[in-house]
Ligand binder design. Structure first.
Ligand code: G1P
Length: 297
């Protein structure tokens, strides 16, 4: 069976971006002129996942409003002949079939995914974490959906990072899969082990295609790192029963939960835009020349 639903956990408080996130969800922070969450939903849709469940919480109303009709705004744009803006506003509403469920208590990523059980039912599904943005040309998610369909196994995405990252990510032990080019068989998973306990430098990034038996594993997962119910721990239990697969990704990824990556993503996306790119590149050249002059003293 092929995954056709995506789950996007969006209940986090966004403390790293305070005060910007005091009165708005972090998922609504814009990159150029689209909120971060819209890039993630668009990626899911490109991979054929147009049934989307967001797991939200208090203070996340703006997410639902963003993907819903804005009748007055649309009327106003139509009446004033602003056709392209009207199209941009309506395109967001028509992107996907959106559903929402609230997590209630912040008990961890595993728990948030567990809240999707009723909606997902007995089929494989994708999970996209909103802090991870991938380049718009990347095909990672559709590859993962393909591998899950073919192998009937959970598929995760990993990247090789330096030692500093080993306390920030789930880390896996894995061996190349003899039957599938570019695919790994995962033999162990540990949540944020740190350098001393890490089985490798292969870190889990925020894209998963999970088989539905994960829900039983989540239900029996005890609080782990940080006192939270960790998805990594549930997948570890799952892997013991049914080996899971990993795809190693080496394309463009931003962790927009980090201010430095958020800024990089903003600059790169602006440069790629036909309407803004040329003028912005000219500005960047001048700006960098100024910095170089300053450094040369
Ligand atoms: C979560 C997962 C972790 C994964 C990471 C990817 O951590 O628990 O295993 O490596 O996402 O971004 P978080 O960033 O929510 O702390």
């Amino acid at each position: 069976m092929r995954a056709r639903k995506a789950v996007i956990p969006a209940a986090g408080l966004g403390t790293r971006f305070l005060p910007a996130t005091k009165a708005q969800p972090k998922e609504m922070l814009p990159l150029v002129d689209k909120p971060a969450i819209q890039y993630v939903v668009e990626e899911a849709v490109r991979a054929g996942l147009d049934d989307i469940l967001m797991v939200t919480g208090r203070g996340k109303r703006a997410l639902e409003d963003h993907f819903d009709h804005a009748i007055e705004l649309e009327r106003q744009l139509a009446a004033t002949g602003k056709e392209s803006l009207l199209a941009a506003v309506q395109a967001v509403t028509n992107l996907a079939l959106m559903h929402y469920v609230r997590q209630g208590k912040p008990l961890g990523l595993g728990h948030a995914i567990g809240c999707a059980r009723h909606h997902v039912g007995d089929e494989p599904f994708a999970v996209l974490l909103g802090d991870d943005l991938l380049g718009e040309d990347e095909k990672l998610l559709s590859q993962m959906v393909d591998v899950c369909e073919e192998s009937e196994r959970t598929v995760i995405a990993v990247m090789e990072f330096g030692d500093d990252a080993l306390s920030k990510y789930g880390v896996v032990a894995a061996e190349p899969d003899p039957d599938m080019e570019g695919v790994y068989q995962v033999t162990d998973l540990v949540e944020k082990p740190g350098k001393a306990n890490a089985p490798s430098n292969l870190c889990i990034i925020g894209r998963y295609v999970l088989t539905p038996d994960i829900f039983d594993h989540i239900a029996s997962t005890k609080p782990g790192r940080g006192g939270e119910i960790q998805l990594t721990d549930a997948m570890r239990a799952q892997a013991r029963e049914k080996p899971i697969r990993a795809i190693k990704f080496d394309g463009t990824r931003y962790d927009v939960g980090l201010k430095s990556d958020y800024l990089r993503a903003t600059v790169q996306l602006a440069v790629q835009r036909d309407d803004l790119g040329p003028g912005f590149v000219a500005f960047l050249r001048e700006f960098m020349a100024g910095i170089d002059d300053e450094l040369a003293g």
